[in-house]
Design a protein around this ligand. Structure first.
Ligand SMILES: *Cc1c(COP(=O)(O)O)cnc(C)c1O
Length: 222
């Protein structure tokens, strides 16, 4: 594993005070433990099954962030321990997270996933949908979820000006929502991966999600 990359990345993040989510999907527990021993505590996974297996196997002071699509019927498996869910994109899902968090006597931190890329995808909300969700009365009544901000994935392209434009629009929306009367909890902007985190930091990312730069290429993409 490229520990050099890890320490370089950590020092790059220092001036921005941004949080590094080390994306360990598809990587074995032993590799996660190596990075843990270097000081890393926040890890990101994109499936419930992988995250629960790794949570069982690894030190309990790891903060597990779910960054992939979450099905309502699987929330119960991660509700006892997950630190943050980056991929909330419906009221139905938020409501289920609230219910399962209550059962575990917890408040679960959530981000709304915004669809900012040009690629077609089933996942993520438009800005208008996210604003509507944030301000919905039934959302404000939920006591066991805290909407802390937004997660976004830029278009997968070499065109840095397009990525910059998407991140800038995302930042503008983040600033606007944070300034709303009910925006006190809106503090986190999760954007940037191995290929585009430097651009994301320029546009106010408070969390970056980096996998392959730390762990090497994955055997299969997902
Ligand atoms: C896999 C993944 C990442 C990390 O991607 P890398 O290119 O390996 O850094 C970040 N965010 C999400 C949502 C992912 O699924």
């Amino acid at each position: 594993m490229a520990f050099e990359n890890y320490h370089t990345l950590k020092s790059e993040l220092t001036p921005y005070q941004a949080c590094l989510v080390a994306v360990s999907k598809t990587k074995p527990a032993e590799q996660i433990l190596e990075l843990y021993k270097q000081g890393q505590r926040v890890f990101g996974e994109n499936t419930v099954q992988e995250m629960t297996a790794k949570h069982d196997a690894l030190p309990k002071d790891i903060h597990w962030h779910l960054i992939g699509h979450l099905q309502t019927n699987k929330v119960k498996y991660i509700a006892p321990f997950v630190s943050m869910i980056h991929s909330v994109d419906s009221f139905k899902l938020l409501n289920e997270i609230d219910k399962q968090a209550a059962k575990n006597e917890r408040v679960i931190d959530c981000l709304l996933q915004i669809h900012i890329a040009q690629e077609e995808t089933k996942f993520g909300l438009s800005y208008a949908e996210a604003e509507e969700l944030l301000n919905a009365a039934e959302v404000q009544q939920l006591r066991n979820v805290r909407i802390c901000g937004f997660m976004a994935i830029a278009t997968n392209t070499d065109d840095e000006s397009l990525i910059a434009k998407e991140f800038q629009q995302m930042q503008n929306f983040f600033i606007k929502m944070r300034a709303q009367p009910n925006g006190a909890d809106i503090t986190q902007l999760s954007m940037g991966m191995s290929s585009d985190y430097k651009i994301a930091l320029r546009y106010g990312a408070t969390m970056i999600r980096v996998g392959s730069m730390l762990f090497g290429e994955r055997d299969y993409q997902r």
